[in-house]
Design a protein around this ligand. Structure first.
Ligand SMILES: *[C@@H]1O[C@H](CO)[C@@H](O)[C@H](O)[C@H]1NC(C)=O
Ligand SMILES: *[C@@H]1O[C@H](CO)[C@@H](O)[C@H](O)[C@H]1NC(C)=O
Ligand SMILES: *[C@@H]1O[C@H](CO)[C@@H](O)[C@H](O)[C@H]1NC(C)=O
Ligand SMILES: *[C@@H]1O[C@H](CO)[C@@H](O)[C@H](O)[C@H]1NC(C)=O
Ligand SMILES: *[C@@H]1O[C@H](CO)[C@@H](O)[C@H](O)[C@H]1NC(C)=O
Length: 364
């Protein structure tokens, strides 16, 4: 069986050479055959797509270092025998260091685990989306203005280190596993205008999160796990000069605790997209899926009111009692015989009581 495939394959190579000379030069020169595997190595062929004519028997296909910008379900049609596809790019240290004019570097979708070291000084755009970056050990692109780290594996982020990036305007950290926001953003960066932390696992905002963050214009907190928002997290003087604040698809807890938040959402001037459709409550059960802005706060006001009523009523009753006791005493003191009975009873009680005491303490 194996020999048959190999022979057939040799034949194919020859045929490809002859028949597809113009169309498929690349292909013919990147074919090589080993016995139980059919290996097609197309490393560095300047390919713009998967070349037609790759034999259906191919098991291992290497396509590293080409110019293939798009792959879809048609790309590997007829290659159902593939067991391995290799499109890796290996980026060694200092690869880009000498490129002093380099301003933009897109290394998206490359399985990088960290930001490449020794990036050129002048780089102003760095895009490392869809990689496997799980931690940032060193900021190399210190002049970066645009930094895209979407869809990586970051679960921690030393926000304080943003201070190394003096010119940073846009930071996209969507699709990571971050659980925190900085204690105070303005402590970490003063240049940042746009912060995107869409689709992370942020549970709460810090009290001073946006304090003095006057340059921030755009903040995307959508698709996180935020439950409560404190008044101090969204200071009016900062939020009022923002253009957009995205809050939809969080897990807001709509108890009476959320009263401030509900009222604030209703009156704030900052644009909050999907406020009327996807800024919803996740708990308590009765409020689940309800819009935060339409939470009925009447029940909460009711609570406050009933406390006030309770206090009022209690003090009213107390003063009524005091009054009645007072008037009762006045009434008593005006009727002599009753007063006498009262005094008598009292002396009777005290005599008895004294006797009891004596008895208890063994006195005679
Ligand atoms: C895949 O991409 C190619 C080239 O852009 C296009 O011609 C083809 O229709 C696409 N196929 C599918 C299934 O999207
Ligand atoms: C072909 O792919 C298989 C599966 O990954 C692998 O075990 C094998 O070593 C590859 N062959 C070569 C020559 O790389
Ligand atoms: C980030 O901060 C830590 C300490 O907080 C420091 O050790 C590290 O060097 C910083 N990383 C840089 C410079 O990117
Ligand atoms: C309400 O807020 C207080 C303090 O802000 C907090 O301790 C408490 O857990 C909150 N309750 C709920 C149900 O969120
Ligand atoms: C929201 O604002 C509207 C008008 O500005 C007002 O009628 C409504 O009662 C407010 N709702 C809440 C929950 O504050």
């Amino acid at each position: 069986y194996c020999i048959f495939i190999c022979n057939l394959f040799d034949l194919l190579v020859v045929h490809l050479h002859i028949l597809l000379k113009d169309k498929c030069m690349i292909l013919s020169s990147c074919l090589s055959v080993s016995c139980s595997e059919v290996i097609v190595d197309c490393t560095e062929r300047g390919l713009k797509k998967i070349p037609p004519g790759i034999p259906g028997e191919t098991t291992n296909l290497t396509l590293t270092i080409n110019h293939i910008p798009l792959l879809n379900s048609s790309s590997f049609q007829g290659l159902e025998n593939l067991v391995e596809i290799d499109m890796r790019v290996k980026i060694e240290e200092k690869t880009f260091t000498k490129l002093e004019n380099l301003q933009a570097l897109y290394l998206d979708g490359n399985q990088l685990e960290s930001i490449p070291k020794g990036l050129p000084e002048n780089l102003i755009l760095l895009s490392l989306e869809v990689n496997h970056i799980f931690q940032i050990f060193e900021w190399s692109a210190r002049q970066a203005v645009w930094l895209y780290l979407k869809n990586n594996k970051l679960n921690s982020f030393i926000w304080k280190n943003l201070s190394y990036l003096h010119s940073l305007l846009v930071l996209d950290l969507s699709g990571n596993s971050l659980t925190t926001v900085p204690p105070m953003l303005s402590d970490c960066t003063t240049s940042l205008k746009k912060l995107i932390v869409h689709k992370n696992q942020i549970v709460k905002l810090t009290s001073d999160f946006l304090k003095n963050a006057f340059n921030l214009k755009y903040l995307d907190l959508s698709y996180n796990h935020i439950q409560n928002v404190e008044e101090s997290s969204f200071p009016d003087d900062v939020v009022k000069q923002m253009d957009m604040l995205l809050l939809h698809n969080n897990r807001f807890h709509c108890s009476c605790n959320a009263t401030w938040f509900v009222k604030w959402l209703n009156k704030t001037t900052v644009t909050i997209p999907k406020l009327g459709t996807e800024v919803t409550c996740a708990s308590p059960g009765a409020q689940r899926f309800h819009l935060v802005i339409s939470v009925d706060l009447l029940a909460c006001q009711h609570n406050g009111l009933s406390i006030i009523l309770y206090i009022l009523l209690t003090s009213l009753i107390l003063s009524f009692l005091t009054m009645s006791i007072l008037s009762w005493q006045i009434l008593y003191s005006s009727s002599y015989p009753q007063m006498y009975v009262h005094v008598y009873n009292l002396s009777y009680w005290s005599t008895n009581h004294r006797l009891n005491l004596k008895h208890q303490f063994g006195l005679r």
